[in-house]
Design a protein around this ligand. Sequence first.
Ligand SMILES: *Cc1c(COP(=O)(O)O)cnc(C)c1O
Length: 855
Amino acid sequence: MSETTAPASAPSPQQPADETPAIGIHKRGVQFPQTHPLALAPVTPPPPTVDGFVKEFLHELNTDQGVALSRSSINDQYTALAHTVRNYLTARWLETGRKQREGHTKSVAYLSAEYLLGRQLGNNLLAANLNDVARKALESCGLSLDTLRAQEVEPGLGNGGLGRLAACFIDSLATMNVPCVGYGIRYEYGIFRQTFVNGEQVEQPDSWLALGNPWEIAHPEAAVKVNFGGRVETVTDEAGVATSTWVPEWNVLGVPYNIMVPGYLNGRVNTLRLWSAQATQAFDLSIFNAGDYAQAVRAQTFAENISKVLYPEDSTPQGKELRLQQQYFFVACSLRDFIDNQGEDFDLRDLPERVIFQLNDTHPVIAVPELMRILIDERGFDWNDAWAITSKCFAYTCHTLLPEALEVWSVELLGRLLPRHLEIIYRINTEFLEVVRERWPDDYLRLGRMSIVTEYPERGIRMAYLATVAGIKVNGVAALHSQLLRDKVLNDFAELWPDKFINVTNGVTPRRFMKLANPHLSDLITDTIGTGWVTDLERLEELAPYADDADFRAAFREAKHANKIRLRDRLRVRDGIELPTDHMLDVMVKRLHEYKRQTLKLLHIVSLYEQIISGKVDAADVTPRTFVFGAKAAPGYRMAKNIIHLINNVGEVVNNDPAVEGRLKVFFPANYNVTLAERLIPAADLSEQISLAGMEASGTGNMKFALNGAITIGTDDGANVEIRKLVGDDNFFLFGMDEPQVAALGAKGYHPGEYYESDPRLKATLDLIASGTFSNGDHQTFEPVVSNLVHNDRFMALADFTSYIEAQAKVDAAYADTEAWTRSAILNVARCGFFSSDRSMKDYIKLIWGTNPVL
Ligand SMILES: *Cc1c(COP(=O)(O)O)cnc(C)c1O
């Protein structure tokens, strides 16, 4: 019997004709009594020849966009091209889904509030090996692939490193043939578009969906209901057993949008499923006056606000109600979706064999009580059985060491929004503290320290502790970070469960950040060692011997120079900047945060400038350098915005001063994002990774730079530690205090003013800023920045200044020896294969997930 022949009693998939189609009655996987032979396999578009591609492209343009080529806009063309590429991926996507359902394989469900995807077109052409065909096909229509690629607005559904990591991970899992579904939020507005007005950051909404998103497929019929508010009713039966029921007050719908995540040249296509909030009728009726139609329609806006905008905070959550709504919204949708997809007769006892929910930071941790609630309240499990299941289904990745970045939700808010979940969290805590008490009887201080519930400054739930208690594993994101988690931030928990704490060093995908972003270097590498490195990055080692080959070095420099020209051309059009291509290119790009110390970089620049204009140094003796910054500040982060203003004003003065002409340039192209990173990083000579030791959990920008042949100047922090170990001290510029020294100085009492007074060069630098040189003579503008450094300087920039300046002098000396510099740069590439996110995924699989690739 053929697979598609169903018993005669199979339900009809059709709607009764007289009813409005509704959500929730559309079943999937219904068997049809008969079918067309063509429906037995997914429909594939014509073969990927130039003519086949043209045909499919014109078909999309004509039927989907409804325009003739001669009348089409660039956006029509881009959309038709994107759909064409999507069509080529669809058959593989359907096939991937079928295999997964049939194989009952264990999946990774990656729960992340952010995915900083970057543009999709180039990546998908690469993954499907359609680049050349598409280019030729478009040329034959008189169109340019590059022009159409430039039309894409990148989905900025993340703030920075954490969101970009999620995007790299799902790329790697697809490439490694591992079943994975990424779950997240389809923000209508992603990270804001940054502009500068008189040097100050001004945020513009990122309406990335305005021209449509050809990469997503909506399934409104599969929407999931998510409840909020209300109260918990407890009923005690005759046997004295209390059961709780959540009586919610309002709800919204989560509509899934599917996005394909293709593996690189392997035919696998995983899914990224993002949820969009919509109003339900129940919502309108319960919150607002049912008689007021207009008000009820307005109420829709309230519901849809949940997925309206990404919070633009990085490392400093504000504890806003809407943010908690977002977190619960996407997590509730995702758990429901995953469980429902296992089929009706699936025994939830087997859930740990079917899935691991990886929690990307604390943002999705509310999933823990949500799964408990589903098991107990909806499926009738008792507490212990439910906990036995739940405590095997989650693993937690911690991304920070900053205390203010660890999320704590106020009990008042949690109780109001999710009363049943709060009750469950309390019970988890009670049982957990029992375990602690058993191990350390009478250690009351420890009980207070470890409690999931904190009392100060108000009663709140420490989400990192909840994740640690529930997770099978807790991982940090670089060796040093994981060690500090064990020894400091979560030390009490590590004493209780030493085996729970592991390290998985972050990584980046070589597909996007090398193959796609750096075609010149990629071609050189492939010509030298073959193609295997793209999916087996450790093979870059084979380049090491070529560091001693003068011809290879020359070719390597040529690639770097070509990348500077590519960058110059982009910045000229994008920002009206004229980038010198014969300078050392010194780049610091990452979110603006005091712990990352953009001010330290700025002090170096101002110091160089001060030495020249004061006549201490002859301009002719200064290595020509162009400094490029890229950084967004959280809109409410005052100091960060002041620093942006100062960087821009320093650039304005330095770039227009004839005294330093041909020596120093300072540029700050606005709106740093993945698209800019892809152009900027391959052109860089020097990578600035200068956070205060013990503050940067890992960093991934540092890895992208090293893999693209920039040399790092950095502190002993995050993954810098591992980069330096791999590339060797001769190929890395180390400076500054290490973490124990930072801790010791902090304990002794840090007085930045002493550094200001005792280092004349530092004093002259800060005095120049304070003098109003960069603010048209006004002393007030940058007073907060200067006085913060001299009187507070939480991140000890002044303490590391001297060491930083000395290291920069070594950079100049090294750069003067072109051949030796190139050799070092090549060795950075050759020795950093470890930082592929494929390797990170192997570590997660081995140490946490126990999932297997599907072969
Ligand atoms: C890689 C990346 C980051 C992370 O950079 P760090 O230097 O590790 O903080 C942030 N934003 C974008 C656009 C990136 O591509």
